[in-house]
Design a protein around this ligand. Structure first.
Ligand code: SF4
Length: 219
């Protein structure tokens, strides 16, 4: 699935199914741009190959900007609260498509909130400061902090960029504050213990960033 909704309990459904199940109220709608990622997190379902291939978010081919726009155009917009770029991979690996879609959303549906869930390593992947690309395009960016130090971060994420990844992710988060109103760092609740979560909270406080302890979802 390229565009989807998430049921309570974590089941992925089409937006039409979601509206049938819950005709009242609005929902988050998720966009799955890629299954590629610059990390290989130990807790990510992508690493369990058989499960990944059977997973409804496994893409046979990456969708073009036009394909995604086509699916978004069909949405029952009165039932949509927020568009989230997330999925089963790292959306910023397709930065041009991602920002083009965000610009389209701002132009066509300016009242709909927008969010990016990311590993925060786009500066390393693209070799430049990428936070300005999101200027005025996002309401929220949610970045996976994962750990309180570079060694533990690398152990968990197995980032292709090595030990410098942790600092690069934090720099991206700090730069993003200039361009995105709500910058949130996240840790996954069943991966880290209370002591590690407290250390993550201290890092966020020192840098003026908000921490959210979340249940697992890709990115
Ligand atoms: S959890 Fe997110 S950042 Fe980690 S490998 Fe999976 S998609 Fe990539």
């Amino acid at each position: 699935m390229i565009v989807y909704a998430v049921e309570p309990g974590g089941k992925y459904v089409t937006v039409a199914e979601s509206v049938l199940l819950h005709p009242e109220g609005k929902r988050g709608v998720y966009v799955n741009l890629t299954n590629r990622c610059t990390c290989a997190c130990t807790f990510c379902l992508r690493s369990l190959k058989n499960m990944a291939e059977e997973h409804s978010l496994w893409l046979k081919a990456e969708p073009s900007e036009e394909e995604v726009r086509g699916e978004l155009s069909e949405l029952p917009w009165e039932k949509v609260e927020e568009i989230v770029f997330c999925g089963f991979g790292e959306p910023t690996m397709r930065l041009d498509v991602l920002t083009a879609l965000l610009r389209w959303l701002r132009a066509e549906h300016p009242k709909i909130k927008t969010r990016l869930n990311t590993n925060g390593l786009s500066d390393l992947y693209h070799g430049r400061d990428t936070a300005p690309d999101f200027d005025g395009l996002l309401d929220t960016v949610s970045i996976s902090l994962n750990a309180s130090n570079a060694e533990r971060y690398l152990e968990l994420t197995r980032s292709q960029f090595g030990i410098g990844s942790f600092e690069a992710m934090l720099n991206f988060a700090e730069h993003a504050k200039k361009y995105v109103p709500d910058v949130v760092l996240t840790v996954v609740d069943h991966v880290e213990d209370d002591g590690e979560i407290a250390r993550c909270r201290a890092i966020c406080e020192a840098r003026g960033l908000r921490l959210r302890v979340r249940a697992y979802e890709a990115s």
